[in-house]
Design a protein around this ligand. Structure first.
Ligand code: C2E
Ligand code: CA
Ligand code: CA
Length: 539
């Protein structure tokens, strides 16, 4: 966290700006999510429709080929050969008897005739698309968009029978521009049975390796229907533009809903920030009206149980007597930059209240919590130097606690912390173990002491999973020749366990609650141990 970042955070801390950012961010997120959802749903529908079309088509194809086979078998089995009136009658009879037969034709190489003289006599037939041992197949014998033209033709011996395009299209409602293709030669060739000729293959690496039936290309949706025969596959192609109109309707419904939700989020952020802002304005007044107080939570030598120092903790008691937790106003003050004023206030108060005590007890120290923005600039060094000189207190009697959160820009923090150490202050890492300060970072930081977070102390003797963490931190600190302070000790058993692990110092309700300056002075001068009541509530 650099000073630029801290400045940016203060600059961004404006209700309307934050609300707008939240609303726009939310709108973008919701709209893209809605769009993704709609595309997904439309594609799902498309897949289902294509699947249904494919199945209908396969069924119809089976019916048609069944009739065509029966008809051509019948013609081939009868004795008539050559083109004569009897042959024409026979061919026409086949057409009458079979619904799907559009045209029956005879062609022995010399003579050609058909049940529909003048329309098609089979004379212009190209080589069959599929040539089997008994039957030959022509898949699309015409490219004319007329429903009644022959689309499929089946041949046996000199006879061929065909079905009309209409018998296929009445079950398959192809999308405009779409085609139904039979893919032959292991994916290399595709013949349209319905619809226009399509560029083939539809993708460079056709057939695709996946078993997914739907393949989405830049322009088309390609739906593969796997048949039992390895010789051919059926493919439906629909242009992708057909997605758009379908999407439009769904998007129109989601668009206002997303905007409404985004607006609500923005409004809520506005209220929240205004609330915090009013808290920040109140805090400003509290600083002016002297509503902030500093308490001191004693720190003890765990073996001798003597008080060696204290941690300065700020309190905000409003005129009506209510106490606002520092956990609530300190993070807000960090955002608004008011924390600098608080830090200065704490330093000033502690030296005014305890200056004499510190001068009389040169080994006693008070540690002060620093926020990230205090660590990122050298300002605090100048402030404390002026106050120390004014109160004639030694620099080693003021320690500074920095959290791992405040050490994001380690390089900048390192220089400022080193400067504080150079003049004699101690530097402590607070809440150790809850952040992301790695061992490698720790080694490079100018630090004297680690404060183990209360969460790890709480777990001692209770939670098997995390109770192992504190001893690890202690061993690590010792290996790095750092002192350890355990915070939040509430039970004697915890104090004993920590002592046996080699922890020298501790603070917590077992020994004392945060005390006001008078109580703390008494504790030090008379060596009294206070416990039990939360004395800070009376501050
Ligand atoms: P912190 O620095 O970790 O302070 C220790 C907190 O633990 C204090 O809460 C203290 O009253 C509490 N505590 C100490 N012993 C025990 C115990 O045995 N049991 C329990 N349950 N709690 C214990 P407090 O005073 O409410 O402060 C909360 C946090 O507010 C502090 O955590 C610190 O991060 C911040 N804070 C307080 N004063 C200042 C300040 O002057 N400047 C800055 N920058 N932050 C401050
Ligand atoms: Ca602290
Ligand atoms: Ca702490």
């Amino acid at each position: 966290m650099s000073s630029a970042y801290v400045r940016l955070r203060s600059a961004l801390y404006r209700p309307w700006l934050l609300a707008t950012i939240a609303a726009v961010g939310c709108a973008v997120l919701l709209l893209s999510a809605s769009f993704g959802l709609v595309v997904h749903q439309v594609q799902q529908t498309e897949i289902e429709q294509m699947n249904a079309r494919g199945e209908r088509f396969l069924n119809r194809l089976e019916q048609i080929f069944g009739q065509l086979r029966e008809s051509v078998d019948l013609l081939d089995e009868q004795a008539l050969r050559g083109c004569n009136p009897a042959m024409i009658t026979a061919l026409q009879q086949v057409g009458f008897d079979n619904r799907f037969v559009y045209d029956a034709a005879y062609n022995d190489g010399q003579q050609r005739c058909s049940s529909r003289p003048g329309e098609s006599d089979g004379s212009e037939l190209r080589a069959p698309d599929i040539k089997g041992p008994t039957y030959s197949y022509w898949l699309n014998t015409t490219t004319q968009p007329d429903d009644n033209l022959a689309a499929l033709r089946l041949g046996r011996g000199p006879f061929t029978v065909s079905t009309s395009r209409g018998h296929l299209t009445d079950v398959v409602d192809l999308a405009p521009g779409g085609s139904l293709l039979v893919v032959l030669d292991r994916g290399k060739r595709a013949v349209p049975v319905l619809g226009p000729v399509q560029p083939w293959p539809p993708t460079r690496d056709w057939p695709p390796p996946s078993q997914q039936p739907l393949v989405v290309t830049r322009d088309n949706l390609v739906y593969r229907m796997f048949t039992k025969s390895p010789d051919y596959q059926l493919v439906l192609i629909a242009p992708r533009t057909s997605l758009l109109p379908k999407m439009n309707g769904a998007l129109w419904a989601l668009f206002p809903a997303s905007l409404l939700l985004a607006w609500s989020v923005g409004w809520m952020v506005l209220q929240l920030v205004r609330e915090r802002r009013s808290l920040s304005a109140e805090l400003q007044g509290a600083l002016r009206r002297n509503e902030l107080k500093v308490l001191y939570q004693p720190i003890f030598d765990l073996t001798s149980r003597r008080c060696v120092g204290a941690e300065a903790l700020v309190r905000w008691r409003r005129p009506d007597g209510t106490l606002t937790s520092p956990d609530l106003f300190i993070p807000m003050a960090e955002n608004t930059g008011q924390i600098r004023e608080i830090t200065d206030f704490v330093l000033q108060q502690l030296l005014e209240q305890l200056g004499q005590l510190l001068r009389a007890n040169p080994h006693l120290y008070i540690s002060v919590n620093l926020a990230a923005c205090d660590v990122m600039v050298p300002r605090i060094g100048r402030v404390v130097a002026r106050l120390l000189a004014q109160h004639r207190v030694a620099a080693h009697q003021i320690a500074f606690e920095v959290t791992e959160r405040g050490l994001i820009d380690v390089v900048v923090a390192r220089d400022n912390l080193q400067a504080l150490r150079d003049v004699g202050h101690q530097v402590l890492i607070d809440d150790f173990g809850t952040g992301y300060c790695s061992l490698a970072y720790l080694q490079t930081l100018p630090v004297d002491c680690l404060k183990i977070d209360k969460a790890f102390i709480d777990a001692l003797g209770h939670d098997a999973a995390s109770s192992g963490v504190a001893p690890h931190i202690i061993r690590m600190a010792h290996a790095l020749q750092l002192r350890v302070i355990a915070e939040g000790i509430e039970l004697e058993a915890q104090a004993l366990l920590l002592t046996s692990e080699g922890v020298n110092y501790g603070q917590g309700w077992l020994f004392a609650h945060p005390l006001n300056a008078h109580q703390f002075t008494e504790l030090v001068t008379r060596g009294r141990r206070l416990a039990g009541r939360r004395i800070d509530d009376e501050a």
